[in-house]
Design a binder for this molecule. Structure first.
Ligand code: HEC
Length: 218
């Protein structure tokens, strides 16, 4: 090898090593599927959830966010309704299971997907039922709802499923469980003042976050 070619070769080798060294940093993080911003449909909300509603990518995928109208009868207590009665402790236990069950919905969500840590509950949740709930007003035209009606409302709207059978153990269990939750609920200060919060499904915790296998290890 002649003396002139050598520095060039060294430079080539160095840039190759540098290039290889940088590649892994650019690869997608396999541990966190939500790391890539483009994959997080809720990322846009950080900017301004109220601006350009139609452009909110979350709204499009969420029947609740899209504000689709539903038949109020499907979530209104039927005449002569006698709620299922059972052992309170057993009902709470069943309710907790159902709360986390994605099979209840047709879109892969469970109640917990949106309501983890009291997320998506407005200040009015603390008041005795029946009471006003923005979503029930906007999408079903109801001025007031009972708790079991609100469970049905979330079954039909955000969960995109059929209402539960009115006198079923399942409805009684979810009602008991959410009733228990209401007792420990404290509205966040200033939350009620934000008129956008109720209509923005992104206000709920990012459903991706819960599925991040890395988060659990920390
Ligand atoms: C896609 C998100 C989403 C899912 C999934 C969801 N909810 Fe909701 N839920 C909401 C939102 C948003 C509100 C707030 C409505 C409002 O205040 O206008 C709400 C309100 C409620 C309320 C009434 C709070 C009040 O102010 O009285 C109850 C109870 C409730 N949900 C229970 C459930 C149950 C039970 C499930 C599962 C069967 C469920 N939710 C699934 C988004 C969701």
């Amino acid at each position: 090898m002649n003396a002139q070619a050598r520095p060039l070769q060294l430079a080539l080798a160095a840039s190759l090593i540098l290039g290889l060294g940088m590649a892994p940093a650019q690869a997608a993080n396999p541990c966190n599927p939500c790391a890539a911003k483009a994959k997080n449909p809720c990322a846009a909300k950080a900017k301004n959830p109220c601006a350009a509603k139609a452009k909110n990518p979350c709204a499009a995928k969420n029947p609740c966010g899209a504000g689709a109208r539903i038949d109020p009868k499907s979530i209104t207590r039927p005449a002569g309704y006698k709620p299922y009665k059972g052992d309170a402790t057993a009902l709470l236990k069943d309710g907790e299971k159902l709360w986390n069950d994605t099979k209840l919905s047709t879109n892969g969500m469970s109640c917990n997907t949106c309501h983890q840590g009291h997320a998506a509950f407005e200040a009015g949740f603390a008041k005795p039922y029946p009471h006003f709930v923005q979503m029930a007003k906007d999408q079903a035209g109801l001025k007031k709802v009972h708790l079991d009606e609100m469970v049905q409302a979330c079954m039909v709207m955000p969960m995109a499923a059929k209402p539960l059978v009115w006198e079923s153990r399942e409805l009684a269990a979810l009602t008991a469980y959410t009733g228990q939750m209401q007792k420990t609920f404290k509205p966040a200060k200033g939350k009620a003042a934000n008129p956008c919060a109720a209509k923005n499904p992104c206000a709920a915790k990012n459903p991706c976050a819960a599925k991040n296998p890395c988060a659990a290890k920390k």
